[in-house]
Design a protein around this ligand. Structure first.
Ligand code: COA
Ligand code: MG
Length: 303
């Protein structure tokens, strides 16, 4: 039995933890998931003071149904452990998830898991804090199967193509943007990470698209990730939120068709038939397994 709670991650919006204004704006956007950043969006001189800004935003703003996450600094920095301690002690149950960037191995994730367990005990927290991790170094991509299986606290892996490009030496002008490579430059990485996530029943999410003034290109990146089985994509700007949440929601007609197909199959099964014609094509239990994913998504979104 898994202890992981279900959280919607059609869009994870990145918000600099140094900006009270942006955090305030983020709370009112109706996005599935927000992560308040202490890492790359925050200059070194602002990292320590931003912890308190983040705690105040978590405690003071009305986040509605939005999942509240904080991205800490990576485990090679002098900030990471105090990021966790200050944010968890300050926000307690007003924090849902900690996000670990630049995870390099299963033991990195396990370190954060153990620290969170200690803090939950000490503080007597009534709900478990979730853990998401970024796969954005070549080391992590090599070990992604171990990382995905590292701890039951882990809920999601994110493919961070910005740092990953640097790590692999991929030549890229804008984060997540076109490279001129024939085919999809991220086909292998997205497939590999998504398979590792599915094996471990955790979410796979696609990382950022830096050019927030190119909505069509952003939508296409969402679509590619969605087709492979990823559940969402990052947004770095409010204008990207609705696009991602749309693409990662099934269309009403798709849901209707999925439910009708399942019903037709069940009726056939009741008559002792395992494969039937539906809309002129063969359906069997495998076809129903495919559309069950759509039905599950729709159920979770209350469609
Ligand atoms: N979260 C919340 N609000 C945001 C936002 C974000 N990520 N990005 C922009 N906004 C707000 C702005 O404050 C502005 O609010 P206002 O209309 O009330 O003044 C509004 O959205 C429109 O912003 P705009 O003027 O188009 O852009 P900007 O110059 O203010 O910000 C960036 C552009 C790129 C600096 C900003 O989007 C940003 O910091 N993004 C996140 C960066 C990040 O987290 N990087 C690390 C992860 S990859
Ligand atoms: Mg990064």
């Amino acid at each position: 039995m898994t202890l992981r709670p279900h959280r919607n991650r059609r869009c994870q919006l990145s918000v600099p933890g140094s900006s009270e204004k942006m955090m305030q704006k983020a709370a009112g956007l109706g996005v599935d998931y927000v992560f308040l950043d202490l890492e790359d969006a925050v200059a070194p001189s602002e990292k320590r003071p931003s912890r308190k800004r983040i705690v105040d935003a978590l405690n003071g703003l009305d986040w509605g149904r939005t999942t509240r996450c904080v991205r800490i600094n990576d485990l090679t920095t002098e900030y990471a452990y105090e990021d966790i301690i200050e944010v968890v002690e300050g926000a307690r149950e007003n924090l849902d998830v900690i996000m670990l960037p630049k995870a390099m191995s299963a033991s990195d994730v396990q370190f954060v898991d153990k620290l969170l367990s200690m803090m939950e005990k000490k503080l007597g927290l009534k709900k478990r804090i979730g853990l998401d991790a970024l796969v954005e170094e070549v080391e992590a991509m090599m070990l992604v199967e171990e990382i995905a299986a590292s701890t039951p606290r882990l809920e999601c892996l994110i493919f961070g193509m910005g740092d990953y490009s640097a790590s692999q030496g991929v030549s890229m002008r804008d984060i997540g943007g076109p490279t001129g490579y024939p085919g999809d430059v991220w086909h292998y990485q997205r497939q590999k990470m998504t398979i590792a996530c599915r094996v471990n029943r955790i979410d796979a999410v696609d990382g950022p698209y830096g050019n927030f003034k190119a909505p069509d290109a952003f939508r296409e990146e969402c679509r590619r990730a969605m087709i492979l089985g990823m559940v969402g994509k990052w947004a770095i700007h409010p204008s990207q939120v609705e696009i991602a949440q749309q693409v990662f929601s099934p269309l009403p007609e798709e849901v209707e068709r999925a439910r009708a197909m399942k019903k037709a199959y069940e009726e056939a099964l009741a008559q002792g038939i395992g494969a039937v014609q539906y809309e002129g094509k063969m359906i069997d239990i495998a076809a129903v397994r495919i559309v069950n994913n759509i039905i599950d998504k729709a159920d979770r979104l209350g469609m």
